[in-house]
Design a protein around this ligand. Structure first.
Ligand code: PMP
Length: 378
């Protein structure tokens, strides 16, 4: 009789063919062959000289992409959520006051993360599709005296790119750190960490960077490090504790590095890709109007170039449209998220996917879907 209580699963004994698809949702984006090839390089040991060299290159790439000279710059092993928790867990202690800007789902998530560690969470909230003025932010900073202010740069649930200028300076006037989530915008919309006085910023790999999910670039200013390394209590997460990560990534000036892994992050040509995203998005938005669809964000300058939200066509079921396009055109686009559920379709054109022939393909698919999906009288 076999000693195995659980037999080997049949499904694991069969090969699995992964279909090729156009990933034009809000993420992940397609991974170009150059990066897929980088992922199939031989395995290295976690302390080999070449591994350390690769990590140093990754750090320099992130400093370039973020436009920062911060020494404390690294990539967290995990998706964007890991970086989000890393930022908040390290900079906030139980009982601290924090201020969260909510103009979509990512502010809501940041608030929940801060709540879970016992912070006093204060929110400013605006409707889906809009953003905050600096005087509204200043009023809340002066009222709540937070240690940290969280803002989403590219709100992928509503398609808004938030203005950043002047906010860091305001935060510092109120002795508060400025934290920016640029998961859905970095590389597609300009941001300058040092020049814009941002204290903590992170992004994800699976959007504009065209890398599979699982590594999240993050950077901390000197001001953020001073606060983090003088906290009274240890951060709740061992895995995301910045003192460990700093050593792991060689950011703490200690001679011995412990405990690290290596990842493939391709951060080249980012600055070129920023103007490209803007042009391609404008071309897409014009095309939408031509086929009778309406961008959800009315203020043109607040439209996120990486993720476009489209008013859900009246009379249609958005699920039928996304399903039709997947089935007949092999293209993924998505419906709304959080406050925009049922209100919008979302189309992401990020990194190598940001080009005009792909826009034409999406416009054709949308036109076809509107012709063939069921439309009720409105
Ligand atoms: N922030 C924003 C703005 C995002 O768009 C996302 C992912 N859609 C995240 C955070 C979370 O990233 P991840 O899914 O990689 O955890």
């Amino acid at each position: 009789m076999s000693p195995l209580y659980v037999p080997p699963p049949e499904c694991l004994l069969k090969s699995f063919t992964v279909p090729r698809r156009y990933l034009f949702g809000p993420g992940p984006s397609n991974v170009p062959p150059r990066i897929l090839t980088a992922g199939s390089q031989p395995m290295l040991g976690h302390l080999h000289a070449e591994t350390i060299e690769i990590m140093d290159h990754i750090k320099s790439g992130i400093q370039y992409a973020f436009q920062t000279q911060n020494r404390m710059t690294l990539a967290v092993s995990g998706p964007g959520h890991a970086a989000m928790e890393c930022a908040i867990f390290n900079s906030v202690e139980c009982g601290d006051s924090v201020l969260i800007a909510v103009n979509g789902i990512w502010g809501e998530r940041a608030a929940e993360i801060a709540e879970r560690i016992g912070a006093k969470v204060n929110k400013i909230v605006t409707s889906a599709g809009s953003y905050f003025r600096n005087d509204e932010i200043e009023q809340a900073l002066s009222k709540y005296k937070p240690v940290l202010f969280f803002l989403t740069h590219g709100e992928s649930s509503t398609g808004v790119v938030h203005p950043i200028d002047g906010i860091g300076e305001l935060c510092h006037r109120y002795n508060c750190l400025f934290l920016v989530d640029s998961v859905a915008a970095l590389g597609g919309s300009p941001i300058y960490m040092d020049k814009q006085d941002i204290d903590i910023m992170y992004t994800g790999s699976q959007k504009v960077l065209n890398v599979p999910p699982g590594t999240a670039p993050i950077s901390f200013s000197e001001r953020a490090c001073c606060r983090i390394f003088s906290r009274k209590t240890k951060p709740v997460s061992y895995f995301l504790d910045l003192s460990w990560l700093a050593n792991y990534w060689g950011c703490d000036r200690k001679s011995a590095q412990h405990l690290h892994n290596h990842i493939n992050v391709n951060l080249n040509k980012l600055m070129l890709s920023i103007s490209l995203h803007k042009d391609v998005a404008a071309y897409f938005h014009e095309g939408l109007e031509r086929i009778g669809l309406k961008p959800f964000v009315e203020d043109k300058k607040a439209r996120l170039p990486t993720v476009t939200t489209i008013v859900a066509p009246p009379g249609y079921d958005w699920r039928e449209i996304t399903g039709y396009i997947m089935k007949n055109h092999n293209i993924e686009i998505s419906g709304g998220l959080g406050p925009s559920v049922g209100m919008v379709l979302r189309v992401g054109l990020m990194g190598c996917n940001s080009n005009k022939p792909y826009v034409d393909m999406i416009l054709e698919a949308l036109t076809d879907a509107l012709k063939h999906c069921h439309k009720s009288k409105v």
